[in-house]
Design a protein around this ligand. Structure first.
Ligand SMILES: Cc1ncc(COP(=O)(O)O)c(C=O)c1O
Length: 408
């Protein structure tokens, strides 16, 4: 990264004039914190007492036997407080907000995990909290909306545009412009203007640091491959950073939706529907048409349903350090089903994308090799989507009778 936040030409900070001073303040606060070893120690202490760090690395014994190739390990980010890797970023930013003396936080959310994590952080640190969420995602992820509100946050459904994550980000920026003095925008992924990609990926790097140490302790060797799903890119960058200088293949898995050829997907780095552009304050690959209009995205996983992607990952695509693949909705449901039954763990629909690719490749690796799959979150939040995908009639009956009991 250069000092203006560019990664081989991707990134930067394309922000309105009124936000320049706020961003300068944030860059300075972040750089000070990064240079201060006591800040990282404070962060690690907080995460080990309030969340579940270090998260375990689980040997997936039954899946390994089932596929018969490389030994499969799961990095258990689902065991974080609030159920996903999002906690790493928000608690880190919470410490930074306290250091900057601000009193209010705002955030965008897609799957709702980042919203719940931010509302939790705000409750713990005593900040006021407003969460922007596309109306479509509000409907898909109602349980998370319920928890955000119970945690004391105001949730504002965004009715603009396609009413998903990118629209929520736009609204959050609008709020920030009017409330810069007391407010910090807790961006949930490694996207947006500098310093967000650097800052979010720094907090998430704790995943890779732990995973590298844990796999070496367990196996005495590095893994052949590390797999992570890619929405904005924060969990992938988190785990990949632990292995960047190693001879380890890094594989990012995007949302293939109904198939790349269907046009109904959210793959920016391995489909032909994306191009380099500047939007939402940074330069990266966006899913856009030839006129630069953003395309509609689709994924069974709300958290992967985003038009842009971290500039750091765009750079890794160009220089070949990370390989990108896509998993379809159908493959994701199958992988989820297998992981549930073989290992008794419930990956989030987002995380199940990483499992799809690992399951495709593990059998062709040698039995002496191992791979790590980053399980970015837990799937409890997805119960409505998963139950629909499994077409479970008793679940349907339950929902209908519950709805009737409310109507009565
Ligand atoms: C469980 C989970 N995994 C992955 C993602 C994708 O985000 P990122 O690519 O920033 O890790 C999300 C986003 O909401 C999520 O909730």
């Amino acid at each position: 990264m250069n000092d203006r936040g560019y990664y081989d030409g991707f990134g930067g900070a394309f922000i309105p004039e009124v936000l320049v001073a706020t961003f300068d303040e944030l860059v300075t606060a972040f750089e000070d914190a990064r240079r201060d070893p006591s800040f990282w120690q404070e962060y690690v202490d907080l995460m080990s007492t309030y969340s579940c760090r270090p998260t375990p690395l689980t040997f997936a014994e039954n899946l390994t036997r089932h596929f018969g190739g490389a030994r499969i390990y799961i990095k258990r980010e689902d065991l974080n407080h609030t159920g996903a890797h999002k906690a790493n970023n928000v608690m880190g930013q919470g410490l930074l907000v306290r250091r900057m003396g601000k009193t209010r936080v705002i955030a965008e959310t897609g799957a709702g995990q980042h919203g719940v994590a931010t509302a939790t952080m705000a409750a713990k640190f005593g900040f006021d909290c407003t969460i922007y969420m596309g109306e479509v995602d509000v409907d898909r992820q109602r349980p998370n909306v319920f928890w955000m509100e119970r945690l004391g946050a105001e949730v504002i459904p965004v009715k603009e545009g396609t009413r998903i994550l990118k629209d929520a980000i736009n609204e959050a920026f609008r709020d920030w412009v009017t409330n810069m003095d007391n407010t910090h925008y807790v961006l949930g992924t490694a996207c947006g203007p500098h310093p967000f990609p650097a800052m979010v990926s720094w907090f998430q790097s704790v995943i890779g640091q732990e995973a590298r140490r844990q796999i070496l302790e367990r196996e005495g060797n590095l893994p052949a491959r590390v797999y992570a799903c890619v929405g904005g890119g924060s969990n992938a960058l988190g785990v990949f950073q632990g292995f960047l200088d190693d001879p380890v293949e890094l594989v990012g898995v995007e949302a293939g939706g109904e198939g790349l050829e269907s046009g109904r997907h959210a793959s920016r780095l391995c489909s032909r529907d994306a191009g380099i552009g500047i939007a939402q304050g940074y330069k990266t690959y966006f899913l856009q048409n030839d006129d630069g209009q953003m395309r509609e995205t689709h994924s069974v996983a709300a958290g992967l349903d985003y038009v842009g992607v971290s500039p750091m990952l765009s750079a890794f695509r160009e220089n070949g350090r990370v390989r990108f693949e896509a998993a379809t909705d159908r493959e994701v449901i199958d992988a989820l089903s297998l992981t549930l039954r073989k290992e008794g763990v419930i990956p989030a629909l987002e995380s199940a994308h990483a499992f799809v690719q690992a399951f495709k490749e593990a059998p062709s690796l040698g039995t002496g090799q191992c791979v790590v799959v980053n399980q970015s979150g837990r799937g409890d939040k997805d119960i409505f989507t998963i139950a629909d995908a499994f077409e479970d009639p008793r679940w349907r009956e339950f929902i209908v009778s519950k709805a009737e009991s409310y109507r009565a």
